[in-house]
Design a protein around this ligand. Sequence first.
Ligand SMILES: [Mg+2]
Length: 137
Amino acid sequence: MTAVANDNFTASDVEELERSINSLVRITHKMAAHWWIDPKTGEDLRKNPLMVPVKLALVHGEVSEALEADRTDAMDDKLPQFPGIWVELVDVLFRVGDLAGAMKYDLGPVAVAKAMVNATRADHKLENRAKAGGKKY
Ligand SMILES: [Mg+2]
């Protein structure tokens, strides 16, 4: 049984978090695997050390698109039934998952470990955040 950080974060949540992150990584990389092949040469771009920073820049681009969508309250242009920020956040998830999948980063256990650390951090506790110098957000 996995350790639990607090009453709101159950062992079931921990297991679901790890499973969900692993699924996100596996599925989003399957969806985007063709973006890791140079269309002209057939080169496997995972071997190019500049591809990780390129893909991180693309994640940043999606975050910027989310910011702009929120700033203007825009609906998405390709999926007008959804707020733009929702669509851009999905783009962020897709790009992060694809990068992790391509590079074989094992994010599920990291997500669980990080959630546990965050749940017990003193600087994240409401009473400490309310103090002078505490984190407002
Ligand atoms: Mg986008």
